[in-house]
Design a binder for this molecule. Structure first.
Ligand SMILES: Cc1ncc(COP(=O)(O)O)c(C=O)c1O
Length: 468
C-alpha cells in the first residue's frame, strides 16, 4: 500500500513530459537486476538505456566513486586540472578507434557532448551547416533536438529550431521500399546505396559543401531502430567528407564502450571519425560525457569557449577510470562476442569451428532467430538485427509506417510484448517509429540470465500471437 502511495506521489509531482515504461519505484540495483520498493526483482535488459554496461552498482566502479567522494568531489575545469580526468584520458586513449583521436573534452550528458561536437565542427571549419541522418537521435536540448530525426515527439511544439540542419536518409534496408520490392535482390547484404547518392545530391542541392561543417552519424542508429548500416556505407561517407573538407562526427553515445562488442562501433568498419561523441557506458551510471578529436582541430577553439561548471566531474571521471579498468581486466568484451578459434586443416581444405565458447550476443541472436523461424510466432517478426548486445527485433505491422503491411499482426505489438515482459519481470525497451523492441542487457549478463530473458520474451511474443 505504501509503495502505491509513493508511486502516486511521484506521478503527482514529477514532470508529465517524462514518459515512463512503468510507475514502479526502484530501490536498488545489482548486476543485471533491479529491485522495486515492493521487493519485485526485475531482470534489466535496458541497462538504463545502455548506461550500466557493467551491470548495476559494479563493485569496482562504486568503490572508485566512493573513494573519490572522500577525496575531491569538484575540481572545476576552468580553475585547475584534476587527477581522475588525466587518468581517464590515459585509460581512454588506447581504446580510441583511431590513434589520431588524442584530445578530449568532458561534459555531463550525451546531448551536451553532441553540442560540444557541433561547436568544435563550426569553430574548426568556419562553416555553419550540419547534415544529420533520417532516424537519428542526438538529445533533447534545443540544439540537439534540432538535429534529431527519430520521432517528431521530441520536437513537436518546441520550435523554432536551430537553422542550418539538413537531413539525409540512413540506409535502413528493412524499411526501404526499393529493397522490399526487389524480390530479395536488394537488401542489407546487397544495398543499393541510394542513401549515399542522396547525400551527394544534398551537397549539390541543399547545403553547399563549402558551407557544410560536419556530417553527424550514429554508426548504429539507436532511437531510430537499432539499424546497422550495410558494409561500405560509413567508409564512403568518410571519403565524401575527405573530398569536401567536411568533418565526420560519430555519435557513439549509445553504441560506444563495448555495446556492439567492440569499444566503439566505428571499429567494425575501421572508420576514422574527426570527432567522436561518448557518454552513457563510459561511467556506468555517473553523469559523464565527452568528445574526442585530434589536437590540431581541438586547438582551433579559443580558450574559454568551452567549459561548464560540472564539466568532467571528478567523481564521474574516477568512475570512468574504474569502468575502463573493469572492461579490460574482466575481459567484458569477450562475454559479448563469440571468440571461436578456427582450426584449418589446410591439407584437406576443411575448416572446423572449435574450441569456442558460446557468448551472449550469439545466444541472444540464436533465441530471437529461433523465434522468427517458429510456426507459432514467426509470422509476427520482420527482422532481427544488431551488433554485440545492441540488438533489435522488428515486428511486422498491419499499417503505416511500415512499407510492407502484414494483415494478421496485432496493432501496437511491440508495446504489448513489452508490457507482457514487464508482467513477467523483464524490462525491455521499444525503439523507433516501427514496431521494434531493443535488447540492451548489461555486457556482463550471464548465460543463465540471458536464457531467462529470452524465455520470458519468447513466451510474451507467443502469448500476444495467441491472443491476436
Ligand atoms: C546516440 C545518442 N546521442 C545522444 C544522446 C543524448 O544523451 P543524453 O540523454 O545523455 O543527453 C542519446 C541518448 O539516448 C543517444 O542515444
Amino acid at each position: 500500500m505504501a509503495a502505491i502511495a509513493r508511486a502516486a506521489f511521484g506521478v503527482q509531482h514529477l514532470a508529465k513530459g517524462v514518459s515512463r515504461l512503468s510507475n514502479v519505484v526502484l530501490a536498488k540495483g545489482r548486476g543485471s537486476y533491479v529491485w522495486t520498493t515492493e521487493g519485485r526483482k526485475l531482470l534489466d535488459f535496458t541497462s538504463g538505456i545502455g548506461v550500466v554496461n557493467l551491470g548495476h552498482c559494479h563493485p569496482r566502479v562504486t568503490q572508485a566513486a566512493q573513494s573519490q567522494l572522500a577525496t575531491l568531489v569538484h575540481g572545476q575545469v576552468a580553475i585547475a586540472m584534476h587527477e581522475p580526468m588525466l587518468s581517464l584520458i590515459e585509460h581512454l586513449k588506447p581504446v580510441m578507434p583511431d590513434p589520431s583521436l588524442d584530445t578530449f573534452f568532458f561534459w555531463n550528458s550525451g546531448a551536451e557532448a553532441v553540442e560540444a561536437a557541433l561547436k568544435l565542427a563550426r569553430a574548426a571549419t568556419g562553416r555553419q551547416n550540419i547534415v544529420v541522418m533520417q532516424g537519428s537521435y542526438h538529445g533533447r536540448t534545443i540544439g540537439t533536438m534540432s538535429m534529431t530525426r527519430s520521432k517528431t515527439i521530441y520536437g513537436a511544439g518546441f520550435g523554432p529550431f536551430m537553422p542550418g540542419v539538413f537531413t539525409s536518409p540512413f540506409p535502413y534496408c528493412t524499411q526501404c521500399a526499393v529493397a522490399n520490392a526487389s524480390d530479395g535482390k536488394l537488401g542489407f547484404s546487397n544495398c543499393c546505396m541510394d542513401p549515399l547518392h542522396e547525400l551527394k545530391v544534398l551537397l549539390k542541392q541543399q547545403s553547399a559543401a563549402a558551407d557544410t561543417a560536419a556530417i553527424i552519424i550514429e554508426p548504429v542508429l539507436g532511437e531510430g531502430g537499432y539499424v546497422v548500416p550495410p558494409d561500405g556505407f560509413l567508409s564512403e561517407v568518410r571519403k565524401l567528407c575527405d573530398e569536401h573538407g567536411i568533418l565526420l562526427i560519430l555519435d557513439e553515445v549509445q553504441s560506444g564502450f563495448g555495446r556492439t562488442g567492440k569499444y566503439f562501433a566505428a571499429e567494425h568498419w575501421r572508420v576514422r571519425p574527426d570527432i567522436m561523441v561518448m557518454a552513457k557506458g563510459i561511467a556506468n551510471g555517473l553523469p559523464l560525457s565527452g568528445i574526442v578529436s585530434r589536437k590540431e582541430l581541438m586547438d582551433r577553439q579559443t580558450p574559454g569557449s568551452m567549459g561548464g561548471t560540472y564539466a568532467g566531474n571528478a567523481v564521474a571521471c574516477a568512475a570512468g577510470v574504474a569502468c575502463a579498468q573493469v572492461m579490460r581486466e574482466e575481459r567484458v568484451l569477450e562475454n559479448v562476442e563469440e571468440r571461436y578459434v578456427w582450426i584449418s586443416l589446410v591439407s584437406t581444405g576443411i575448416a572446423l569451428k572449435g574450441l569456442g565458447s558460446f557468448r551472449r550476443s550469439e545466444q541472444l541472436f540464436d533465441a530471437l532467430e529461433e523465434l522468427k523461424a517458429s510456426p507459432t510466432a514467426g509470422h509476427l517478426i520482420k527482422d532481427v538485427r544488431g551488433l554485440g548486445l545492441m540488438i533489435g527485433l522488428e515486428f511486422n505491422s498491419p499499417s503505416f509506417p511500415t512499407v510492407t503491411p502484414v494483415d494478421d499482426v496485432p496493432k501496437g505489438i511491440a508495446a504489448r510484448v513489452q508490457a507482457k515482459c514487464l508482467e513477467n519481470n523483464l524490462l525491455t525497451l521499444t525503439t523507433s517509429i516501427y514496431e521494434t523492441i531493443r535488447f540492451i542487457p548489461p555486457l556482463t549478463v550471464s548465460e543463465e540470465e540471458m536464457k531467462l530473458g529470452c524465455d520470458i520474451f519468447t513466451r510474451a511474443v507467443e502469448d500476444v500471437a495467441r491472443e491476436g
